[in-house]
Design a binder for this molecule. Structure first.
Ligand SMILES: NC(=O)c1ccc[n+]([C@@H]2O[C@H](COP(=O)([O-])OP(=O)(O)OC[C@H]3O[C@@H](n4cnc5c(N)ncnc54)[C@H](O)[C@@H]3O)[C@@H](O)[C@H]2O)c1
Length: 254
């Protein structure tokens, strides 16, 4: 989005060390944003590479390790990031986990981890950063959900439930903060060939199968998520809020 003054706009991306999060961080840098990149402490080496690539694009990168399921860490990082970067115009809640399991076999720990990261993480990030946006009467929240959250997929019942919850949080938060100039939207990727996407598919045969199913006859690259995210971040989407957009090459249509 455009800044209210001439200062460079700032985007914060969670889970930015690889996959969709890294592509989004670089995509925002290419679009002229300085980028706050965060991810788990054990990913710090890769997160530094993301930050370096942002630097090569002549944009500023601010790097913080952060587990989005830990409220204290979130509040600490939000405070430090706002101090250092001065503002956060766009919050991209991208961090997520997926471990396959039949519902029948699902243990409570796996259920809890998925909800702690995929849902509570989104909620707590919004709680930490949206008040700053409301104060400034301007801001964009972009939540990375999934078409699984619309359709439900075998072996992903717990994951799909978290992503349905993210879509609902998106709709509700949009209604609660719209009066202060903050929009909240979700992107529902289809199958994107990241570490998570490949683990999910499990085999090259499955990749071929889904390529055939897709209207566009291919599966997604992390970069395919960048354009829709920049749209939700930009003035072009000023009148769009509480929506969830499928970005899936035509494998799901509702
Ligand atoms: N790849 C797909 O096919 C696909 C499809 C639909 C939705 N998505 C969603 O897109 C987002 C990105 O997925 P991806 O494919 O790039 O996956 P990925 O596994 O490659 O990356 C996920 C990132 O999230 C980070 N992360 C995990 N737990 C975290 C935590 N507790 N705190 C902070 N960071 C944490 C990981 O370290 C990693 O960098 C996720 O929310 C995922 O659910 C992916």
């Amino acid at each position: 989005m455009q800044s209210n003054n001439t200062t460079t706009p700032v985007a914060l991306v969670t889970g930015a060390s690889r996959g969709i999060g890294q592509a989004l961080a670089l995509g925002f840098a290419d679009a002229g944003y300085d980028v706050i990149v965060t991810d788990l402490p054990q990913t710090e080496g890769d997160l530094r590479k993301t930050a370096e690539m942002i630097g090569l694009r002549n944009r500023k990168a601010y790097l913080y390790t952060l587990d989005v399921s830990e409220r204290e860490q979130i509040n600490d990082v939000a405070r430090r990031a706002l101090e250092e970067a001065g503002r956060i115009d766009v919050l991209v809640n991208n961090a997520g986990v997926l471990k396959l399991s039949l519902l029948q076999d699902l243990d409570e720990k796996t259920w809890d981890t998925h909800f702690d990261v995929n849902v509570k993480g989104v909620l707590m990030m919004c709680q930490a950063i949206v008040p700053h946006m409301r104060e400034r009467k301007s801001g964009r929240v972009i939540n990375i959900a999934s078409i699984a959250g619309r359709q439900g997929v075998a072996l992903q019942g717990h994951y799909a439930a978290t992503k349905s919850a993210v879509i609902t949080l998106t709709r509700v938060l949009a209604q609660e903060v719209g009066m202060d100039g903050v929009t909240v939207n979700a992107i529902c990727p289809g199958i994107i060939l990241t570490e998570m996407g490949r683990n999910n598919l499990g085999s090259e045969a499955a990749v071929r199968h889904w390529e055939e199913v897709a209207a566009l006859k291919r599966l997604g690259k992390p970069e395919d998520i960048v354009g829709p995210a920049l749209f939700f971040a930009s003035e072009q989407s000023d009148f769009v809020t509480g929506q969830a957009l499928n970005v899936c090459g035509g494998i799901y249509f509702h």
